[in-house]
Design a binder for this molecule. Structure first.
Ligand code: NAD
Length: 496
């Protein structure tokens, strides 16, 4: 079976929704406009979804306003039960969801299945967190006053998620919003909208009331501008690039809306001289090229102590060359295509710039020869990389691993902290003091020691500096969806 047939037949078999979900109803755009979903392997259209009109967006806003009034009055235990049921359905139907994900985005099916189980985890986690929205009772100055602090849902949420994890990233916004008692309008990524629509399908199936969850598809710039101009929306959550994040921050500022932003990173990997090199090289290659390197916390600058750089590079290159590039539906593929031709062009530009400035290609470096279609690019290792090369400051968001060296702890940390980003950082060492000192000195929101795969529902995910603010997951995950209300009760003289 050719990869083309596989993506098309996967969509036919899994039958994801291809319409918008507005006010509890599945609908086409009011003006009939559509956008195409393209298989990154065959480059053929595999589905179309509505391109929401302004009227549709306004309808979604009106429904979210009503949905918020309904949902905030639903008990935390009932909200929890709905989220738990969503988690159960997603996990039970992981194979179906994974097929859709691979078809629209290209990642290997096993990785897609992993993403779906992590999506289920989000709903499961927030099913618990929904019941842990604790307030406080505070001792007042006087004995006849009671001070209470409550956490209340912030209001209707506009949630924008990107194409690289088109199921998991929407879940990281929809689940906490619902847990807190908010309504939410999800705007799935225009490039890969079907996985987000599947989450709306699950919300519908578990009986979440109309208007509490909406999912609208189409031109993200137009949709976000209209949603953020509305007084209905009280909170904006975006995952994507820094430039789009900044434009949404400006729009949110005009309406004084709360925001959380996860804007990508440029994660350094510090490999210290005492690291277990064989494990580090293997773990680093598997982690780096997962999802084709299109991961916001992807390792993207390998900073290796000069005393072990040759050894590490040799083993890392060998592990990289062993990876197989191919269709996500081919069980032997480790690395699928990039999400779009635009991404591949960006990756090619970064490699050309590095090579032009003197870097060497130790593995990969070009499009694989044996494909006639698809946005494929070989897993690539660059050595002799210097600070002036674009790949050291621009987020590669693709399968490029630049390697450079450092001579001392302080130099390594200085290089690691030298970009505008601050999402994740990684440290390979067997020394406890080095692990702690490096973890504490890295200017990032998350650190992985001797591992690269750290996103998990129970831990707070998010960055510092240009990587944004706000946390998704963990006990912190609900913070962005609640506001604090303080109530002061003057009891007077009390009963006679
Ligand atoms: P982008 O920011 O242009 O798009 C990301 C997602 O945001 C898309 O899926 C799109 O549907 C949506 N989007 C685009 N414009 C929007 C707007 N005006 N309003 C609301 N939503 C909008 O990023 P890209 O071009 O797809 O990728 C380029 C760079 O973005 C990457 O190199 C990477 O740095 C970053 N990125 C980061 C993440 C992440 O997980 N943090 C995800 C995707 C992309």
């Amino acid at each position: 079976m050719s990869p083309t047939t596989t993506a098309t037949s996967a969509i036919a078999q899994a039958a994801p929704p291809t319409r918008m979900y507005l006010d509890g109803v599945w609908r086409e755009a009011s003006n009939g406009a559509q956008v195409e979903v393209v298989d990154p392997v065959s480059e053929l259209v595999i589905a179309t979804v509505p391109n929401a009109s302004d009227d549709d967006i306004d309808e979604a806003l009106a429904a979210a306003a009503v949905g918020f009034r309904t949902w905030r009055k639903v008990s935390a235990w009932e909200r929890s039960a709905k989220l738990r049921e969503m988690a159960r359905i997603i996990a039970a139907e992981a194979d179906r969801f994974a097929m859709v994900l691979t078809a629209e985005m290209g990642k290997p099916l096993a990785q897609a299945r992993g993403e779906i189980m992590a999506t289920a985890d989000q709903f499961d986690w927030y099913a618990d967190e929904a019941r842990r929205l604790y307030g406080r009772v505070v001792e007042a100055h006087t004995t006849d006053t009671r001070i209470l602090v409550r956490r209340e849902p912030i209001g209707p949420v506009a949630a924008f998620a990107p194409w690289n994890f088109p199921s998991y990233l929407p879940a990281r916004k929809v689940a906490p919003a619902l847990a807190a008692g908010c309504s939410v309008i999800l705007v799935p990524p225009v490039e890969a909208p079907l996985s987000g629509l599947l989450l709306a399908e699950v919300a519908d199936r578990v009986g979440i009331p109309a208007g509490v969850v909406g999912a609208i598809t189409g031109d993200p710039a137009r949709i976000s501008a209209r949603l953020l101009a509305s007084d209905v929306i009280r909170k904006v959550s975006f995952t994507g690039s820094v430039p789009v994040g900044i434009s949404l921050l400006k729009l949110a500022a005009d309406g004084v809306k709360a925001v959380s932003m996860e804007l990508g990173g440029h994660a350094p990997v510090l490999v210290f001289s005492d690291a277990d090199l064989t494990t580090a090289a293997k773990v680093a290659a598997a982690g780096k090229f997962r999802n084709g390197g299109q991961v916001c916390i992807a390792a993207s600058r390998f900073l290796v102590h000069e005393s072990i750089a040759d050894d590490f590079t040799e083993q890392f290159v060998a592990a990289t060359r062993a990876l197989r590039v191919g269709s996500g539906f081919d069980a032997s593929s480790d690395v699928g295509p990039l999400g779009s031709e635009r991404r591949r062009a960006a990756v090619e530009g970064l490699v050309a710039d590095a090579v032009g400035r003197g870097a060497s290609v130790a593995a990969g470096g070009s499009r694989p020869a044996d494909f006639t279609s698809g946005y494929f690019f070989e897993p690539t290792v660059l050595t002799g990389v210097t600070a002036d090369m674009a790949v050291m400051s621009e987020e590669p968001f693709g399968p490029i691993a630049p390697i450079t060296t450092f001579a001392s702890f302080d130099e390594g940390i200085a290089i690691a902290n030298s970009t505008r980003y601050g999402l994740a950082g990684f440290v390979f060492t067997r020394d406890l003091a080095t692990a702690f000192r490096a973890s504490e000195e890295l200017e990032v929101g998350m650190v992985g020691v001797n591992q690269l795969t750290i996103a998990t529902a129970e831990a707070p995910f998010g960055g510092v500096k240009a990587s944004g603010f706000g946390r998704e997951g963990g006990a912190e995950g609900l913070d962005g969806y609640t506001v604090t209300k303080y109530m002061s009760m003057l009891l007077g003289d009390g009963p006679a």
